[in-house]
Design a protein around this ligand. Structure first.
Ligand SMILES: *Cc1c(COP(=O)(O)O)cnc(C)c1O
Length: 400
């Protein structure tokens, strides 16, 4: 057994990030400026996006994305209960009604058939979540969006970098595919990434919204007080101090201090991903061999970003429940967690919309048996061995 506790998800920050932040601090420009611009363009290039806007979180990226698409009171936005609460909060903040639909049993991502059934005349957008880094069934979702004239805001907080049918999540071909095919009204797609401390790369707090340049320009206004300098550029009659407030914008821009971290983390992301894949490969072999466990699946048409490794317990083969399983791992010095407690079970949403536990049978059933294991690039081979041996030991001790 390990003698020290293996934390669930610490960040991987090196001297390069520290140097870049110091450089910014010494530069006299610490808020949104040249480093944020550079981070935006390097990020856009990395995922193949036409344009990118850096903000202070994925939550803000989604909020600004919904505002940019004109979604508000009287509208409905379809998402799933199997996500972090802010995915649903941003719909509430917009004034629209969040409509939750159940997930697919294999990937726990939104079920396109359920989406189709939930569309009404008030539906304006879909908010699919690429859970754990596994892309949603995007062709089916884009088809639904196209037929019903809906927009899409992707919660890609976990999906950096992830591929769907060869295309990176956030890339232009996916964002434009439906728009080009549709007659008249194209589907507009915006994608929100997270740089929260536990994500595949981090800026401490931070997020990125990618999409078509016209949408990203509009989102930029929403992200910074709705202040436009276009009038100055157009007429040049007033001084450079001149601006016009064209929207009641938010205040969620990214600062150059965070962008400094982002620039260096993005450089390391490919190496981070190689390490994540090595760890996942070992987990898959070890846990795939145990009938008490169900290892996560990766559909043939995708490449997961493997943000999280969510094991499922076959509870009928064990004498303990999930919470006890996690306690047993903790006793063996292994940190574990659960992603996520479905939103229909949370008091605010259950009370407001009258959800019953049984309304989402797949999310409900799978939630009961989810255990996320440590997965991050800094893990040593011995750390990985320790996790595997701890899980095996708990299974052996409590198998039915
Ligand atoms: C982390 C996370 C978010 C929120 O990201 P922030 O950058 O912290 O706002 C949203 N959705 C999912 C699925 C997440 O895991």
């Amino acid at each position: 057994m390990r003698t020290t506790f293996l934390p669930f998800s610490p960040p991987s920050i090196g001297e390069e990030e520290i140097e870049e932040v110091i450089d910014t601090l010494r530069s006299d420009w610490i808020t949104t400026g040249p480093k944020t611009k550079r981070f935006e363009s390097e990020f856009a290039e990395f995922v193949g996006a036409p344009a990118a806007l850096a903000v202070n979180s994925a939550t803000s990226a989604m909020r600004v994305g919904l505002a940019t698409l004109g979604i508000g009171a009287g509208d409905e936005v379809i998402t799933t209960p199997m996500t972090f609460c802010s995915t649903v909060h941003v719909i509430e903040h917009s004034g629209a009604r969040p409509v939750l639909v159940d997930v697919l049993p294999d990937t726990l991502t939104i079920d396109p058939e359920q989406v189709e059934r939930a569309v009404t005349a008030r539906t304006k957008a879909l908010l699919p979540v690429h859970l754990y880094g596994h892309p949603c069934a995007m062709d089916e979702l884009l088809d639904i969006a196209q037929r019903h004239h809906l927009h899409i805001v992707e919660d890609a907080a976990h999906a950096l970098p992830a591929r769907y049918k060869g295309r990176l999540i956030g890339s232009a071909p996916l964002a434009c595919a439906a728009g080009e095919a549709a007659e008249g009204v194209g589907v507009r797609v915006l994608t929100a990434f997270s740089f929260y401390a536990t994500k595949n790369m981090t800026t401490g707090e931070g997020g990125m919204l990618t999409g078509a340049p016209d949408l990203i320009d509009q989102a930029r206004l929403w992200s910074l007080h709705g202040m436009s300098h276009d009038a100055y550029n157009r007429y040049n009659a007033e001084g450079s101090w001149y601006y016009e407030v064209v929207l009641p914008g938010y205040k969620c821009n990214m600062a150059d201090i965070e962008a400094s971290l982002g620039i260096r983390q993005l450089e390391k992301l490919p190496a981070f991903q190689i390490r994540r894949h090595e760890i996942v490969a070992r987990y898959q072999v070890a846990f795939g061999a145990l009938p008490e466990l169900e290892a996560p699946t990766e559909r043939a048409e995708v490449e997961s970003a493997w943000q999280l490794y969510a094991l499922r317990l076959n509870l009928d083969r064990l004498t303990i429940h999930r919470a006890q399983f996690i306690e047993e791992l903790k006793a063996l010095n292994i940190g574990a967690s659960v992603h996520f407690i479905p939103l229909h079970m949370q008091p605010y949403y259950a009370n407001k919309y009258g959800y019953q536990f049984a309304d989402y049978p797949v999310a409900q059933r799978e939630y009961m048996r989810l255990v996320s294991l440590p997965l991050y690039p800094r893990m040593s081979d011995q750390d990985v061995t320790d996790v595997i041996e701890a899980v095996q030991a708990v299974v052996e001790k409590y198998r039915r």
